[in-house]
Design a protein around this ligand. Structure first.
Ligand SMILES: COc1ccc2cc(-c3cnc(C(=O)NCC(=O)O)c(O)c3)ccc2c1
Ligand SMILES: [Mn+2]
Length: 254
């Protein structure tokens, strides 16, 4: 009978997503950091890069907001120089970003029950960020220092032929209590997961070429519940349910 390629495609995708999830859980539980290269492949990666460049050209990026703690700093550019915009991936011209966050969700959904002390029940929208490349950086910080509910930072890099020696822009993570530094190049089609809390102080080194990244933060159900009750400012705990590829929003524990 007719060879059903679509079924084969989805079963291969399913198997690969499960394999990536197992790898991510092992790395996160053991090292607190996980790097996956060639996440979506050259074609899809280029489409996402194209959409982000279009958004940038249309002037949709704004100056990176500063958290209250950073506001005290007089020269705001000095703390962080990224410009950014938030998308949920359903907007006009953001379809490929939508595909990316669904692919991130698909991996996280398959991690259910296998991440130490974490039960993911949602995420932020996608933050599309650009370091303009005029020596802009992001000084050492912790994404979630005050238990605002975010447990995993997930970053997808879009930068073709990135050479850290020439363009800088390394992400440096200083895992708490370890004398090791993770230096991560923001290379095209690279996906990165790391715990968002104090276990992973990190910085973005000065970038001398336009540097694009798309980030989502995943929420832990319990921590977010508590954060909502005692909400005291900071990253607003707006939550997006996870979407697997058939666009149904599913809860991890179903
Ligand atoms: C209250 O509104 C906002 C709005 C946006 C915010 C964005 C960040 C942020 C945090 N981390 C990084 C980072 O570490 N990037 C690493 C890399 O690009 O390799 C980054 O680029 C941006 C933090 C707080 C925010 C608060
Ligand atoms: Mn950060």
């Amino acid at each position: 009978e007719e060879f059903d390629t679509s079924k084969t495609y989805f079963s291969v995708l399913e198997t690969r997503t499960k394999m990536l999830a197992d790898y991510a859980c092992n790395c996160l539980n053991r090292y607190g950091v996980c790097v996956i290269d060639n996440f979506l492949g050259n074609g899809k990666g280029l489409e996402i890069h194209e959409q982000v460049q279009d958004m940038h050209r249309k002037g949709l990026f704004t100056e990176g907001q500063l958290m209250n703690s950073e506001r005290g700093n007089s020269n705001l550019k000095h703390v962080r120089g990224d410009v950014l915009t938030w998308v949920d991936g359903s907007e006009e011209g953001c379809e490929d970003i939508g595909f990316l966050v669904s692919s991130m969700d698909a991996v996280i959904l398959k991690c259910a029950g296998k991440l130490t002390n974490v039960s993911v029940n949602g995420r932020t929208k996608a933050m599309v960020a650009c370091y303009p490349g005029n020596g802009t950086q992001y000084l050492r910080h912790v994404d979630n220092p005050n238990d605002d509910g975010r447990c995993i930072t997930c970053i997808y890099y879009l930068n073709k032929n990135w050479e850290a020696k020439k363009y800088g822009g390394l992400l440096r993570i200083y895992p708490e209590g370890q004398d090791r530094v993770a230096s991560i190049e923001p290379v095209f089609d690279r996906l990165l997961f790391f715990w968002s809390d104090r276990r992973n102080p990190h910085e973005v080194m000065k970038a001398f070429k336009t540097r694009y990244a798309i980030t989502v933060w995943y929420y832990d159900a319990d921590q977010r519940e508590k954060a909502i009750k005692g909400y005291k400012g900071g990253m607003k705990p707006e939550i997006v349910p996870l979407h697997s590829h058939d666009q149904r929003s599913v809860n991890c524990d179903t």
